[in-house]
Ligand binder design. Structure first.
Ligand SMILES: *Cc1c(COP(=O)(O)O)cnc(C)c1O
Length: 401
């Protein structure tokens, strides 16, 4: 595996996305082979013994590794510029493993408050049950990070841009503060994708993805991945945890994701272009109270976003005058854009965070995160942007404010 990554590493990213990690079977197929097998056979009992001793490197069981899954992992590692990659059954399996492989009772974790709902559940409710000390900070406030990390911590977890308010966290500065406190830094890079942001370049220790989102990009399957350059983290913590707890990615999903990677950068270009055009259209609309899009000058951290990411991303959040009733009327009036909490799809999808993804939070917690009742989050798809604007426009016109 290691060798193949080195051989291919001089290719440019778009070439990596199409050809990185390919291992052909004896049939010399063009398209990556789908190995739907749970097990592998040994020519002799001695071969099996050697494989289990670790004297030979080969596939033993698909919970540990599978050729199709390996191709996906290698291709994603090449794109991220990471030494190691492991795929998981979902983004949440990746997120949980990245923390659970590391933390034990008595350890401390510090996280940014604005997180994907299930990530917030794991940190705020699940980890404390296992005796882990948890503290949340406002991710954009460097003073809070510095204050809280005067005490040592084992892990720091952040999401940037965050869901749904698209806050940008300064990866370089947070990583410095966290490392000084002895913490590993783990980044949820789902909204940015490896095309727009490569956290390992800022010194981050682990990056995790829900490949369900842009990496598949066509709404077909669940998947996740964790990447790192740290040999110890990978070999002594992550791999034993994943092998024995079993959240392995299915070979079929890995094959779907491999195909997704081939077009990822092309799709991202179009997603980001469409999102930028729509953000400008909405900014000028009279019943829109505010638009949050990292690619706009009006975003509170526009400069930081542009220094850390290649573009403004594929998602924008906007607030409609008139609160929940107006927001619901607007959503119900859309004819092309679908109401869905998913994101990163070829189809444009819109959701009302306060009553869906962030419903579990208390009113006070939502207020603290800036999630208002008039706020909607739009994951911009690959349709013609003029059709999207026409749909948004007709829905806004039928919305009283
Ligand atoms: C979707 C998502 C996850 C979870 O991924 P699943 O594949 O749904 O398990 C985690 N973080 C962010 C930011 C996400 O958007």
């Amino acid at each position: 595996m290691e060798k193949r990554i080195k051989e291919n590493s001089s290719w440019r990213p778009q070439t990596q996305l199409v050809r990185g990690g390919v291992t052909r079977s004896l049939f010399e197929e063009t398209s990556e082979a789908l190995f739907l097998t749970s097990g592998y056979i040994y020519k002799t009992a001695e071969n099996a013994e050697a494989a289990f001793k670790g004297d030979t490197s080969r596939y033993i069981y698909s919970r540990y590794g599978n050729p199709t899954v390996s191709m996906f992992q290698d291709r994603l590692a090449l794109l991220e510029g990471a030494k190691h990659c492991v795929a998981t059954a979902s983004g949440m399996a990746a997120m949980f493993a990245s923390l659970a492989c590391l933390l034990k009772s008595g350890d401390r974790i510090v996280a940014s408050r604005a997180l994907f709902g299930s990530c917030y559940f794991i940190i705020s409710e699940l980890l404390p049950r296992f005796g882990v000390d948890v503290e949340f900070v406002d991710g954009t406030d460097l003073n809070q990070w510095a204050e809280v990390l005067k005490k040592p911590a084992k892990a720091v977890f952040v999401e940037t841009p965050s869901n749904p308010t698209l806050e940008i966290i300064d990866l370089l500065k947070i990583t410095r503060i966290a490392h000084a406190a002895g913490a590993y830094v783990i980044v949820d890079n789902v909204f940015a994708t490896p095309i727009l942001q490569r956290p390992l370049e800022f010194g981050v220790d682990m990056v995790m993805y829900s490949t369900t989102k842009h990496i598949d990009g066509q709404g077909r399957g669940l998947g996740g991945a964790i990447l790192t350059n740290d040999d110890t983290l990978f070999e002594d913590f992550l791999i034993p945890f994943l092998r024995h707890t079993g959240p392995a990615m299915s070979p079929f999903n890995a094959w779907v994701m491999l195909k997704g990677l081939e077009t990822l950068s092309l799709r991202m270009e179009r997603h980001c272009h469409n999102a930028h055009v729509i953000s400008k259209f909405l900014t000028n609309h009279k019943i829109i109270k505010s638009v949050l899009y990292p690619g706009l000058d009006s975003h509170p951290q526009h400069q930081l976003a542009m220094s850390q990411m290649k573009s403004g991303s594929t998602i924008l959040t906007f607030e409609i005058n008139g609160g929940k009733d107006a927001a619901f009327q607007f959503l119900n009036s859309l004819q092309l854009i679908n109401i869905s909490n998913n994101l990163g799809d070829a189809k444009s999808l819109i959701t009302h965070p306060a009553t869906t993804t962030h419903q579990r939070l208390s009113v006070a917690e939502r207020a603290h995160l800036g999630i208002t009742d008039g706020m909607t989050r739009l994951s911009v798809g690959l349709e013609d942007v003029e059709d999207l604007i026409e749909d948004l426009n007709q829905a806004l016109q039928s919305t009283p404010c």
